[in-house]
Design a protein around this ligand. Structure first.
Ligand code: OVM
Length: 412
Protein backbone atom coordinates (compact mmCIF):
# COMPACT_ATOMS: atom_id res chain seq x y z
CA UNK A 1 0.00 0.00 0.00
CA UNK A 2 1.31 3.41 -0.70
CA UNK A 3 0.28 5.99 1.80
CA UNK A 4 1.75 9.02 0.14
CA UNK A 5 0.01 12.33 -0.35
CA UNK A 6 -1.54 13.98 -3.33
CA UNK A 7 1.72 15.46 -4.58
CA UNK A 8 2.68 12.21 -6.27
CA UNK A 9 -0.63 10.32 -6.52
CA UNK A 10 0.68 7.03 -7.90
CA UNK A 11 4.06 7.09 -6.23
CA UNK A 12 5.71 3.74 -5.99
CA UNK A 13 6.53 1.16 -8.62
CA UNK A 14 4.62 -1.97 -9.59
CA UNK A 15 2.20 -3.09 -6.89
CA UNK A 16 3.75 -6.54 -6.85
CA UNK A 17 7.44 -7.34 -6.70
CA UNK A 18 9.19 -9.47 -9.33
CA UNK A 19 8.77 -13.16 -8.41
CA UNK A 20 11.05 -14.52 -5.71
CA UNK A 21 12.07 -11.19 -4.23
CA UNK A 22 12.08 -11.06 -0.41
CA UNK A 23 9.47 -8.53 0.69
CA UNK A 24 9.62 -6.39 3.83
CA UNK A 25 7.09 -3.96 5.24
CA UNK A 26 9.76 -1.84 6.97
CA UNK A 27 9.46 1.94 6.55
CA UNK A 28 12.88 3.58 6.12
CA UNK A 29 11.30 7.04 6.16
CA UNK A 30 9.76 7.18 9.62
CA UNK A 31 10.82 8.48 13.03
CA UNK A 32 11.33 5.05 14.62
CA UNK A 33 13.67 4.07 11.80
CA UNK A 34 15.64 7.31 12.08
CA UNK A 35 16.00 6.74 15.83
CA UNK A 36 17.65 3.35 15.27
CA UNK A 37 18.03 2.24 11.65
CA UNK A 38 20.59 -0.48 12.36
CA UNK A 39 18.33 -3.46 13.13
CA UNK A 40 16.32 -2.69 9.98
CA UNK A 41 19.52 -2.29 7.95
CA UNK A 42 20.53 -5.77 9.11
CA UNK A 43 17.09 -7.18 8.19
CA UNK A 44 17.31 -5.63 4.75
CA UNK A 45 20.82 -6.97 4.14
CA UNK A 46 20.03 -10.43 5.52
CA UNK A 47 16.76 -10.81 3.59
CA UNK A 48 18.68 -10.89 0.30
CA UNK A 49 20.85 -8.97 -2.14
CA UNK A 50 17.75 -7.30 -3.62
CA UNK A 51 14.61 -6.76 -1.56
CA UNK A 52 11.15 -5.29 -2.00
CA UNK A 53 9.72 -2.55 0.21
CA UNK A 54 5.98 -3.16 0.11
CA UNK A 55 5.13 0.13 1.78
CA UNK A 56 6.46 2.06 -1.20
CA UNK A 57 6.31 -0.57 -3.95
CA UNK A 58 9.99 -0.19 -4.68
CA UNK A 59 13.08 -2.40 -4.84
CA UNK A 60 16.10 -1.78 -2.66
CA UNK A 61 19.70 -2.83 -2.09
CA UNK A 62 21.38 -2.66 1.33
CA UNK A 63 24.43 -4.91 0.91
CA UNK A 64 27.74 -3.29 0.02
CA UNK A 65 28.29 -5.28 -3.20
CA UNK A 66 24.93 -4.43 -4.76
CA UNK A 67 24.95 -0.79 -3.61
CA UNK A 68 28.32 -0.47 -5.31
CA UNK A 69 27.04 -2.24 -8.43
CA UNK A 70 24.17 0.24 -8.77
CA UNK A 71 26.35 3.28 -8.03
CA UNK A 72 28.99 2.35 -10.59
CA UNK A 73 26.68 1.51 -13.54
CA UNK A 74 25.11 4.83 -14.55
CA UNK A 75 24.11 3.51 -17.97
CA UNK A 76 21.73 1.02 -16.38
CA UNK A 77 20.93 2.94 -13.20
CA UNK A 78 20.10 6.46 -14.31
CA UNK A 79 19.92 9.63 -12.25
CA UNK A 80 18.05 11.62 -14.90
CA UNK A 81 14.61 10.55 -13.67
CA UNK A 82 15.47 11.84 -10.20
CA UNK A 83 17.45 10.35 -7.32
CA UNK A 84 14.47 10.37 -4.98
CA UNK A 85 11.43 8.10 -4.78
CA UNK A 86 9.51 10.25 -7.26
CA UNK A 87 10.11 9.36 -10.91
CA UNK A 88 10.26 12.61 -12.92
CA UNK A 89 8.73 10.82 -15.92
CA UNK A 90 5.75 9.43 -14.00
CA UNK A 91 5.23 11.92 -11.20
CA UNK A 92 6.72 15.21 -12.34
CA UNK A 93 9.05 17.19 -10.13
CA UNK A 94 8.76 19.99 -7.65
CA UNK A 95 11.87 21.99 -8.53
CA UNK A 96 13.98 22.48 -11.62
CA UNK A 97 16.13 19.36 -11.87
CA UNK A 98 19.77 19.69 -10.86
CA UNK A 99 21.96 19.52 -13.98
CA UNK A 100 24.53 17.50 -12.04
CA UNK A 101 22.75 15.38 -9.41
CA UNK A 102 19.73 14.59 -11.56
CA UNK A 103 21.52 14.19 -14.89
CA UNK A 104 23.32 11.49 -16.90
CA UNK A 105 26.12 11.93 -19.42
CA UNK A 106 26.56 13.89 -21.62
CA UNK A 107 24.88 16.70 -19.62
CA UNK A 108 26.36 15.39 -16.38
CA UNK A 109 29.86 15.26 -17.87
CA UNK A 110 29.81 18.95 -18.82
CA UNK A 111 28.42 20.01 -15.44
CA UNK A 112 30.86 17.81 -13.57
CA UNK A 113 33.88 19.21 -15.42
CA UNK A 114 32.95 22.71 -14.31
CA UNK A 115 32.29 21.80 -10.66
CA UNK A 116 35.51 19.78 -10.61
CA UNK A 117 37.29 23.05 -11.37
CA UNK A 118 35.32 25.06 -8.80
CA UNK A 119 36.11 22.45 -6.12
CA UNK A 120 39.59 21.44 -7.28
CA UNK A 121 42.67 20.69 -5.16
CA UNK A 122 44.12 24.07 -6.22
CA UNK A 123 41.02 25.91 -4.98
CA UNK A 124 41.12 23.92 -1.71
CA UNK A 125 44.76 24.89 -1.23
CA UNK A 126 43.75 28.54 -1.42
CA UNK A 127 41.05 28.01 1.23
CA UNK A 128 43.00 25.92 3.72
CA UNK A 129 44.60 28.68 5.82
CA UNK A 130 41.36 30.64 6.12
CA UNK A 131 39.39 27.51 7.06
CA UNK A 132 42.00 26.49 9.62
CA UNK A 133 42.06 29.97 11.19
CA UNK A 134 38.27 29.96 11.43
CA UNK A 135 38.29 26.49 13.00
CA UNK A 136 40.80 27.70 15.61
CA UNK A 137 38.64 30.75 16.36
CA UNK A 138 35.44 28.71 16.78
CA UNK A 139 37.08 26.04 18.94
CA UNK A 140 38.76 28.72 21.11
CA UNK A 141 35.34 30.32 21.72
CA UNK A 142 33.76 26.97 22.55
CA UNK A 143 36.55 25.88 24.90
CA UNK A 144 36.11 29.21 26.67
CA UNK A 145 32.39 28.48 27.07
CA UNK A 146 33.07 24.92 28.23
CA UNK A 147 29.51 23.73 27.66
CA UNK A 148 27.73 24.18 24.34
CA UNK A 149 25.55 22.55 21.71
CA UNK A 150 27.85 20.65 19.35
CA UNK A 151 25.17 20.87 16.63
CA UNK A 152 24.17 24.54 16.61
CA UNK A 153 27.43 26.01 17.95
CA UNK A 154 29.89 23.82 16.05
CA UNK A 155 28.58 21.46 13.34
CA UNK A 156 26.27 24.14 11.92
CA UNK A 157 28.25 27.22 12.85
CA UNK A 158 31.48 26.22 11.11
CA UNK A 159 30.17 25.41 7.61
CA UNK A 160 27.79 28.39 7.75
CA UNK A 161 30.75 30.63 8.51
CA UNK A 162 33.27 29.34 5.94
CA UNK A 163 31.30 27.86 3.04
CA UNK A 164 29.20 30.84 1.91
CA UNK A 165 32.29 33.07 2.22
CA UNK A 166 34.32 30.68 0.09
CA UNK A 167 31.66 30.62 -2.64
CA UNK A 168 31.56 34.40 -2.43
CA UNK A 169 28.06 35.00 -1.07
CA UNK A 170 26.66 38.08 0.57
CA UNK A 171 26.35 38.05 4.36
CA UNK A 172 22.60 38.64 4.66
CA UNK A 173 20.14 35.77 4.64
CA UNK A 174 22.52 32.86 5.17
CA UNK A 175 20.07 31.48 7.72
CA UNK A 176 18.02 30.40 4.70
CA UNK A 177 20.56 27.75 3.75
CA UNK A 178 19.63 25.21 6.45
CA UNK A 179 15.84 25.18 5.99
CA UNK A 180 16.42 25.11 2.24
CA UNK A 181 18.71 22.07 2.41
CA UNK A 182 16.43 20.38 4.92
CA UNK A 183 13.56 20.58 2.45
CA UNK A 184 15.52 19.45 -0.59
CA UNK A 185 16.93 16.42 1.23
CA UNK A 186 13.46 15.59 2.54
CA UNK A 187 12.12 15.77 -1.01
CA UNK A 188 14.13 12.70 -2.09
CA UNK A 189 11.95 10.54 0.16
CA UNK A 190 8.17 10.15 0.11
CA UNK A 191 6.06 13.28 0.55
CA UNK A 192 5.47 12.36 4.19
CA UNK A 193 5.06 14.68 7.19
CA UNK A 194 8.81 15.44 7.29
CA UNK A 195 8.69 16.74 3.75
CA UNK A 196 5.35 18.51 4.24
CA UNK A 197 6.57 20.27 7.37
CA UNK A 198 9.90 21.32 5.90
CA UNK A 199 8.30 22.88 2.82
CA UNK A 200 6.72 26.00 4.42
CA UNK A 201 9.92 26.63 6.40
CA UNK A 202 11.85 26.79 3.12
CA UNK A 203 9.33 28.90 1.20
CA UNK A 204 11.34 32.11 1.24
CA UNK A 205 14.64 30.27 0.97
CA UNK A 206 13.86 28.97 -2.51
CA UNK A 207 13.76 32.28 -4.43
CA UNK A 208 16.54 33.57 -2.18
CA UNK A 209 18.88 30.73 -3.18
CA UNK A 210 18.13 31.28 -6.90
CA UNK A 211 18.96 34.97 -6.51
CA UNK A 212 22.14 34.38 -4.52
CA UNK A 213 23.44 32.10 -7.27
CA UNK A 214 23.38 34.95 -9.82
CA UNK A 215 26.72 36.28 -10.94
CA UNK A 216 26.09 39.83 -9.75
CA UNK A 217 25.49 38.54 -6.22
CA UNK A 218 28.79 36.66 -5.97
CA UNK A 219 32.10 38.20 -4.94
CA UNK A 220 34.73 38.21 -7.70
CA UNK A 221 37.17 36.07 -5.69
CA UNK A 222 34.79 33.31 -4.54
CA UNK A 223 34.74 29.89 -6.20
CA UNK A 224 31.16 30.45 -7.38
CA UNK A 225 32.62 32.69 -10.08
CA UNK A 226 34.58 29.74 -11.48
CA UNK A 227 31.27 28.43 -12.87
CA UNK A 228 30.59 31.74 -14.61
CA UNK A 229 34.14 31.87 -15.96
CA UNK A 230 33.54 28.45 -17.52
CA UNK A 231 30.41 29.92 -19.11
CA UNK A 232 32.46 32.84 -20.47
CA UNK A 233 34.69 30.26 -22.17
CA UNK A 234 31.64 28.57 -23.68
CA UNK A 235 31.94 25.32 -21.68
CA UNK A 236 28.38 25.73 -20.35
CA UNK A 237 25.70 28.43 -20.68
CA UNK A 238 25.48 31.29 -18.19
CA UNK A 239 22.13 29.93 -17.07
CA UNK A 240 23.78 26.58 -16.35
CA UNK A 241 26.49 28.36 -14.35
CA UNK A 242 23.76 29.70 -12.06
CA UNK A 243 22.27 26.22 -11.76
CA UNK A 244 25.64 24.80 -10.74
CA UNK A 245 26.12 27.47 -8.08
CA UNK A 246 22.63 26.59 -6.87
CA UNK A 247 23.67 22.93 -6.73
CA UNK A 248 26.67 23.79 -4.57
CA UNK A 249 24.50 25.86 -2.23
CA UNK A 250 22.05 22.96 -1.97
CA UNK A 251 24.50 20.12 -1.54
CA UNK A 252 27.29 21.81 0.39
CA UNK A 253 25.79 22.90 3.68
CA UNK A 254 23.61 20.23 5.32
CA UNK A 255 25.95 17.48 4.21
CA UNK A 256 29.01 18.99 5.89
CA UNK A 257 26.92 20.02 8.92
CA UNK A 258 25.96 16.39 9.40
CA UNK A 259 29.45 15.14 8.59
CA UNK A 260 31.00 17.33 11.27
CA UNK A 261 28.18 16.45 13.65
CA UNK A 262 28.82 12.75 12.97
CA UNK A 263 32.50 13.17 13.83
CA UNK A 264 31.92 15.03 17.09
CA UNK A 265 29.16 12.63 18.15
CA UNK A 266 31.33 9.62 17.37
CA UNK A 267 34.31 10.98 19.32
CA UNK A 268 32.07 11.81 22.26
CA UNK A 269 30.93 8.16 22.36
CA UNK A 270 34.37 6.62 21.70
CA UNK A 271 36.79 8.38 24.08
CA UNK A 272 39.62 5.96 23.26
CA UNK A 273 39.47 7.16 19.66
CA UNK A 274 39.65 10.74 20.91
CA UNK A 275 42.85 9.89 22.79
CA UNK A 276 44.20 8.24 19.62
CA UNK A 277 43.58 11.39 17.62
CA UNK A 278 45.14 13.59 20.30
CA UNK A 279 48.28 11.48 20.16
CA UNK A 280 48.47 11.59 16.38
CA UNK A 281 46.82 14.55 14.73
CA UNK A 282 47.74 13.21 11.28
CA UNK A 283 44.65 11.05 11.86
CA UNK A 284 42.31 14.08 11.63
CA UNK A 285 41.53 13.51 7.96
CA UNK A 286 41.16 9.71 8.12
CA UNK A 287 39.06 10.16 11.28
CA UNK A 288 36.63 12.40 9.43
CA UNK A 289 36.43 9.76 6.68
CA UNK A 290 35.64 7.09 9.26
CA UNK A 291 32.92 9.32 10.72
CA UNK A 292 31.38 9.59 7.25
CA UNK A 293 31.47 5.79 6.92
CA UNK A 294 30.19 5.25 10.46
CA UNK A 295 27.18 7.62 10.33
CA UNK A 296 26.68 8.04 6.57
CA UNK A 297 25.25 11.59 6.69
CA UNK A 298 23.64 10.93 3.29
CA UNK A 299 21.77 7.69 3.99
CA UNK A 300 19.96 6.94 0.76
CA UNK A 301 19.56 7.80 -2.89
CA UNK A 302 17.55 6.19 -5.69
CA UNK A 303 18.29 5.35 -9.30
CA UNK A 304 15.95 4.38 -12.18
CA UNK A 305 16.67 1.45 -14.49
CA UNK A 306 17.11 2.32 -18.16
CA UNK A 307 16.86 -1.30 -19.37
CA UNK A 308 16.19 -4.79 -18.07
CA UNK A 309 18.95 -5.84 -15.69
CA UNK A 310 19.84 -8.56 -13.23
CA UNK A 311 20.41 -7.24 -9.73
CA UNK A 312 21.03 -9.52 -6.77
CA UNK A 313 19.82 -12.49 -8.79
CA UNK A 314 16.52 -10.77 -9.71
CA UNK A 315 15.34 -9.63 -13.12
CA UNK A 316 14.30 -5.96 -13.14
CA UNK A 317 12.47 -4.29 -16.00
CA UNK A 318 13.07 -0.87 -17.52
CA UNK A 319 11.89 2.26 -15.67
CA UNK A 320 12.05 0.86 -12.15
CA UNK A 321 13.26 2.78 -9.11
CA UNK A 322 15.96 1.20 -6.94
CA UNK A 323 16.66 2.49 -3.44
CA UNK A 324 20.29 2.34 -2.30
CA UNK A 325 20.98 2.16 1.45
CA UNK A 326 24.42 3.80 1.60
CA UNK A 327 24.39 3.71 5.40
CA UNK A 328 23.65 -0.03 5.44
CA UNK A 329 26.38 -0.72 2.86
CA UNK A 330 28.86 1.20 5.01
CA UNK A 331 28.12 -1.15 7.90
CA UNK A 332 27.74 -4.39 5.95
CA UNK A 333 29.64 -7.11 7.85
CA UNK A 334 30.14 -8.85 4.47
CA UNK A 335 32.53 -6.00 3.70
CA UNK A 336 33.67 -4.47 7.00
CA UNK A 337 35.23 -5.91 10.11
CA UNK A 338 33.42 -4.75 13.25
CA UNK A 339 31.37 -2.30 11.18
CA UNK A 340 29.58 -0.85 14.21
CA UNK A 341 32.83 0.24 15.83
CA UNK A 342 34.14 3.75 15.18
CA UNK A 343 37.83 3.09 14.50
CA UNK A 344 39.87 5.99 13.17
CA UNK A 345 42.73 3.67 12.29
CA UNK A 346 40.68 1.49 9.94
CA UNK A 347 41.07 1.41 6.16
CA UNK A 348 37.92 3.21 5.00
CA UNK A 349 38.77 3.02 1.32
CA UNK A 350 35.74 1.99 -0.71
CA UNK A 351 33.12 3.31 1.69
CA UNK A 352 30.11 4.76 -0.10
CA UNK A 353 29.39 7.69 2.23
CA UNK A 354 30.35 9.99 -0.64
CA UNK A 355 28.79 7.65 -3.18
CA UNK A 356 30.88 6.02 -5.94
CA UNK A 357 31.15 6.19 -9.71
CA UNK A 358 30.54 9.26 -11.86
CA UNK A 359 28.29 10.95 -9.27
CA UNK A 360 30.65 10.49 -6.33
CA UNK A 361 30.53 13.66 -4.23
CA UNK A 362 32.08 16.48 -6.25
CA UNK A 363 32.58 18.49 -3.04
CA UNK A 364 34.39 15.74 -1.17
CA UNK A 365 37.67 17.70 -0.97
CA UNK A 366 35.87 20.65 0.55
CA UNK A 367 34.06 18.38 3.02
CA UNK A 368 37.33 16.68 4.01
CA UNK A 369 39.08 20.03 4.38
CA UNK A 370 36.33 21.21 6.76
CA UNK A 371 36.47 17.97 8.70
CA UNK A 372 40.23 17.94 8.94
CA UNK A 373 40.72 21.51 10.15
CA UNK A 374 37.93 21.26 12.72
CA UNK A 375 39.16 17.94 14.13
CA UNK A 376 42.76 19.17 14.12
CA UNK A 377 41.82 22.33 16.05
CA UNK A 378 39.75 20.28 18.50
CA UNK A 379 42.54 17.77 19.03
CA UNK A 380 44.98 20.56 19.93
CA UNK A 381 42.62 22.41 22.25
CA UNK A 382 40.29 19.83 23.82
CA UNK A 383 41.38 16.93 26.01
CA UNK A 384 37.97 15.34 26.61
CA UNK A 385 34.40 15.56 25.28
CA UNK A 386 31.47 14.60 27.46
CA UNK A 387 27.82 14.36 26.42
CA UNK A 388 25.88 16.23 29.11
CA UNK A 389 22.30 16.09 27.84
CA UNK A 390 20.05 13.98 25.67
CA UNK A 391 21.04 14.11 22.01
CA UNK A 392 18.06 15.06 19.84
CA UNK A 393 17.76 13.48 16.43
CA UNK A 394 16.80 15.61 13.46
CA UNK A 395 14.35 13.69 11.28
CA UNK A 396 15.06 13.93 7.56
CA UNK A 397 14.21 11.56 4.70
CA UNK A 398 17.80 11.51 3.42
CA UNK A 399 20.15 12.97 6.00
CA UNK A 400 21.23 11.34 9.23
CA UNK A 401 22.16 13.69 12.05
CA UNK A 402 21.21 15.41 15.26
CA UNK A 403 19.54 18.75 15.91
CA UNK A 404 21.05 19.03 19.38
CA UNK A 405 24.06 17.50 21.13
CA UNK A 406 24.80 19.11 24.52
CA UNK A 407 28.44 18.63 25.43
CA UNK A 408 31.01 19.83 27.95
CA UNK A 409 34.64 19.91 26.88
CA UNK A 410 37.82 19.99 28.92
CA UNK A 411 40.50 22.42 27.77
CA UNK A 412 43.77 20.74 26.78
C1 OVM B 1 21.93 19.49 -6.42
C2 OVM B 1 22.05 18.65 -5.18
C3 OVM B 1 21.09 18.76 -4.20
C4 OVM B 1 21.17 17.96 -3.08
C5 OVM B 1 22.21 17.04 -2.95
C6 OVM B 1 23.15 16.95 -3.93
C7 OVM B 1 24.38 15.32 -2.66
C8 OVM B 1 23.07 17.75 -5.05
O1 OVM B 1 21.09 20.37 -6.48
O2 OVM B 1 22.72 19.26 -7.34
O3 OVM B 1 24.20 16.07 -3.83
Amino acid sequence: MNTVGKLFPDLGGPATPPPGVPTLDADPFCEAFFADPYPVHAQLRDAGPFVWLSKYGVGAVARYAEVRQVLTDWETFSSARGVGLADFVKHGRFRLPSIILEADPPQHTRSRAVLNKALSPAVMKGLRDRFAAEADRIIDELVEKGSFDACADLAQAFPLRVFPDAIGMKREGRGNLLPYGDMVFNSFGPPNSFFQESAPRAKEAFPWVETQALRENLEPDGFGQICYQAADRGEISHEEAGMLVRAMLTAGVDTTVNGLGAAVYAFARFPSEWRKLRENRALARPAFEEAVRFESPVQTFFRTTTRPVELGGCRLGEGEKVLMFLGAANRDPRKWENPDVFDIGRATVGHVGFGAGIHMCVGQLLARLEGEVVLDAMARKISAIEITGTPVRRPNNTLRGLSSLPVTVKAA
